[in-house]
Design a protein around this ligand. Structure first.
Ligand SMILES: [Zn+2]
Ligand SMILES: [Zn+2]
Ligand SMILES: [Zn+2]
Ligand SMILES: [Zn+2]
Ligand SMILES: [Zn+2]
Ligand SMILES: [Zn+2]
Ligand SMILES: [Zn+2]
Length: 530
């Protein structure tokens, strides 16, 4: 049985049996153990401010040991390869150490020992930057690339770079030299506060330049980053924020990142307002104000006193009937103009329809977010009153309700693009589109029906229920829950196999998978290593 929801139902069955038997501690431990094992399977980890250094060190040490490097060298390499150890090692095994080092701005053999003697023989040295020719060798610093300048010039260079926020890859000052300066030298030469800032940049590079690690996009920012082994998908931070790991927006499955981006823009955009204006107003030919049509009459009158024709926008006299204006024959009347208007009208109507559905389910999901809390409270107060273990089915049901409602609301955004002309215009015939739309809307309708039933069931004041009433509510919650869960799965299968799958453009739309147990919760960094 691979059905997770069924599994969680079974657990609840066991729970109930436990209630009836005497409370058995061993069983409970096993239950908790099973849950712990499950949670460590998480492919996402939370990296807090405190564990950031440790998370980075783990990778640094790996590269240092594999290639026998200094920490600063390992970090320069990793920053260059965007913390992708596999890629770094591929380059190493394919092209060798020298090539690996060179592309990252490192020198395999440091020049220090090579030319030390030559420099120390000469009493006075010259800095090629400031042209000071009266310098002792100890006031000069030579980088691994061999270029040597006075400490004041280096310090000036580093300070500027760090303040510019370019400190992750500070290159050598010499003309056309792309070597990366040793981070230890940088830290030694700049003011301590700046060295600290520099260090912070280096540490945060692990998040900023790393495809597998991203800052949690919560506002206000919770301070966490999430490391994820899988590409894309959705994840929940310990702060409770659920987001799409690909585009960092709020979670939006089964809508693709591209669809979600277009939709958000559309909702904010002036274009819909423009559509509304095109459909409902005409510009006065005299003063250029937009005039709204108040009834079906074709004669418009602007507040400036100008009369004009609704159909063509041309200035007219005042005398008219319902359909004609005296002395006016719609001379500039253009087919194209009417078509444009009809199109704007149709687009606006279509958008409005999907938007209202989307909004109404989003609003419900906000209500059900609160319901989830109140169900938890009722579960807690019930277990306190009855001295029995918690009615987990109720809180599980509320969780399912909340996430399936969110899925439902995003299916409208998906449908808006799937069956619209913007993204999939030439992918199917009109008949095919209509057929698929009916299939999808049929699933949506079924899902709405069961979600509403589940919602109604969970809205009951069950903290005052008798055990018979509770039993009945438990049954209903389970029954509706299983159907809701299965319908969600069916919906995703339909999207994958019937809708996006057969299209060419569908490959640009990866949909974060549906999970019965909800969006994956990231676990603390290091929790899976204990
Ligand atoms: Zn100098
Ligand atoms: Zn250099
Ligand atoms: Zn967070
Ligand atoms: Zn996304
Ligand atoms: Zn006017
Ligand atoms: Zn009239
Ligand atoms: Zn006209």
């Amino acid at each position: 049985m691979d059905d997770d929801y069924y599994l969680s139902c079974e657990e609840d069955e066991e729970e109930k049996e436990e209630e009836e038997d005497d409370y058995d501690k061993d069983d409970n431990d096993q239950y908790e153990q099973a849950h712990r094992d499950e949670s460590t399977k998480s492919t996402s980890q939370i990296i807090t401010n405190e564990s950031l250094v440790a998370a980075q060190k783990e990778v640094l040490v790996r590269v240092m040991e594999l290639l026998t490097l200094k920490k600063s060298q390992a970090r320069t390499l990793l920053i260059h390869y965007r913390w992708n150890v596999d890629k770094l090692l591929d380059v190493y095994s394919e092209r060798g150490k020298e090539s690996l080092f060179k592309t990252a701005g490192l020198t395999v053999f440091a020049h220090t020992s090579l030319s030390e003697s030559r420099y120390s023989l000469r009493k006075k040295m010259t800095c090629e930057i400031c042209m000071d020719d009266d310098l002792q060798s100890y006031t000069m610093t030579r980088m691994d690339c061999g270029h040597c300048f006075c400490n004041n010039c280096w310090k000036e260079h580093f300070t500027v770079k760090i303040n510019e926020g370019m400190s992750k890859r500070i290159t050598c000052m010499a003309h056309k030299c792309n070597a990366i300066c040793d981070e230890d030298v940088v830290k030694k030469l700049v003011y301590p506060e700046l060295a600290e800032k520099f260090d912070r940049f280096l540490v945060e590079s692990y998040v900023d330049d790393n495809k597998r690690v991203k800052w949690c996009p919560s506002t206000p920012h919770c301070g966490n980053a999430i490391r994820r082994e899988d590409d894309g998908g959705e994840v929940e931070c310990s702060c409770g924020h659920q987001f799409c790991f690909s585009c960092l927006s709020e979670s939006h499955s089964p809508c693709s990142c591209l669809m979600w981006k277009l939709w958000k823009k559309k909702c904010e955009d002036e274009s819909e307002t423009l559509n509304w204006i095109t459909v409902h107003t005409r510009m006065c030919p005299k003063c250029s104000k937009a005039v709204q049509r108040s009834d079906g009459c074709n004669l418009m009158t602007c507040i400036c006193g100008q009369h004009f024709c609704w159909l063509c926008g041309g200035a007219t006299g005042v005398s008219h009937t319902w359909t004609t204006i005296d002395g006016h024959s719609c001379g500039k009347f253009k087919e194209e103009k009417v078509r444009q208007m009809e199109r704007a009208k149709r687009d606006l109507k279509r958008y409005t329809h999907y938007y209202h559905q989307y909004r109404s389910h989003t609003d419900s999901s906000k209500q059900e977010f609160k319901l989830r809390e109140s169900v938890r409270e009722k579960v807690a107060s019930l277990s306190e009153k009855t001295h029995k273990s918690e009615q987990k089915w109720a809180s599980n049901g509320a969780d399912l309700l909340f996430r399936s409602r969110k899925v439902l609301s995003y299916t409208y955004v998906f449908a808006f693009y799937m069956f619209g002309e913007e993204l999939f215009k030439d992918e199917m015939s009109d008949e095919e589109r209509e057929m698929k739309k009916i299939l999808f809307e049929n699933l949506q309708q079924q899902l709405i029906g069961y979600i509403e039933r589940l919602s109604k069931t969970l809205n009951q004041p069950f903290d005052y229920y008798s055990s018979d009433e509770l039993e009945k509510m438990n049954d209903e919650t389970m029954r509706f829950g299983i159907v809701v869960d299965n319908l969600c799965k069916e919906m995703y299968e339909c999207i994958e196999n019937e809708l996006l799958g057969p299209t060419v453009a569908g490959h640009n739309h990866s949909i974060a998978p549906y999970r019965s147990e909800g969006i994956e919760k990231a676990i603390e960094f290091g929790a899976d290593m204990v």
